[in-house]
Design a protein. Structure first.
Length: 284
């Protein structure tokens, strides 16, 4: 397989840098082709502005979505953005790796998404009608590919559990897993999460590295998080409300959008490989 790692940490000698190297070594040992977008090292520009749209007339009002659509269709996006889009089309698997900063991704990685996920590429795709609301949430340009997160967090695993004060990690990562990765079509694998990352020693690192190697060995066979497909009949169009009665009685909030909450890819259960079947195909 072809694997793209988008790496967002400012220090190569960090814990994240070491884990990235573990992942690369294991993937290459398995015969996979690996490319890395090292955002800090490459000086990635994180903010979207007029500079993203060199063909926009100087006196034109900037509407980011409209300009993105026009530039994507005309092939006039900037070279750095086009390069990342080419890598996304190349890769069978996308890995986003980052330290959890303020319960989310570092700004540089959010800016990579803002700039690279162009209109017509990652959103605004497909037929909009009374039967379909575009190709998104399980369909879209990147359908058929896999994606996963590698995340390090300073907090304890208990603090990110169902009743933990930080909120469940699956909820915190939902906007990334569901809103950014599932939206343009990826099958999203359960995230690999390292907790108490600031208190790492050699033993903790050895254990985390072994778990990560196992996740890299099972990239092709780990079952994706069973998010519901937008156009699979579970949602009313155009309100996009989940049809009544589909959810399990205890499901609330983000968990409503899981087809089988009990099989949810609850973060960091690396031993869980539920099936080699694509769950989406089964539920379609
Ligand atoms: P590093 O600082 O590089 O290393 C962490 C530890 O691992 C160090 O003790 C280091 O010696 C050790 N280490 C590194 N490499 C190795 C190796 N090869 N072998 C053995 N030991 C090694 N945490 C949360 O939980 N929630 C938040 O919302 C949150 N927000 C944050 C916001 C900011 C702005 C910052 C700076 C931190 C925040 N944190 C938060 C903590 C953050 O998630 C952790 O600091 C980060 O995940 C640690 O990863 P790192 O790669 O930066 O670790």
């Amino acid at each position: 397989m072809k694997v793209l790692i988008v790496f967002a940490h400012p220090e190569a000698r960090s814990l994240n840098g070491s884990l990235r190297d573990v992942a690369i070594r294991e993937l290459e040992a398995q015969g996979h082709d690996v490319r890395v977008s090292d955002l800090y090292a490459e000086g990635w520009r994180s903010e979207v502005d007029r500079g993203d749209f060199p063909s926009l007339p100087i006196d034109a009002r900037l509407g980011v979505a409209a300009a993105s659509k026009q530039a994507f269709e005309a092939g006039t996006l900037t070279a750095d953005v086009k390069g990342e889009i080419e890598k996304l089309l190349w890769a069978d698997v996308l890995i986003l790796q980052f330290p959890l900063w303020w319960f989310s991704m570092p700004a540089i990685l959010k800016g990579w998404v803002d700039r690279v996920f162009a209109y017509g590429f990652a959103y605004g795709v497909g037929e909009h009608s009374d039967k379909r609301w575009g190709d998104r949430y399980g369909e879209g340009t990147l359908a058929g590919k896999r994606a996963m997160l590698i995340v390090t967090a300073g907090g304890w695993q208990d603090h990110y559990s169902a009743r933990g004060i930080n909120g469940p990690i699956d909820d915190l990562l939902f906007p990334i897993n569901h809103g950014i990765l599932y939206y343009p079509g990826y099958d999203v694998l359960p995230p690999f999460v390292v907790y108490q990352a600031d208190r790492f020693d050699d033993a903790a690192f050895a254990a985390a590295a072994e778990r990560l190697r196992m996740r890299m060995r099972t990239l092709a066979t780990t079952s994706p998080i069973p998010y519901r497909r937008q156009n699979g009949g579970d949602y009313v169009i155009p309100s996009m409300q989940l049809r009544a009665g589909l959810e399990s009685p205890e499901a609330r909030g983000f968990a409503l959008h899981l087809d089988r909450p009990d099989e949810c890819g609850a973060a960091d259960k690396p031993g869980v490989i539920r099936s080699t079947t694509n769950l989406r195909a089964v539920t379609a």
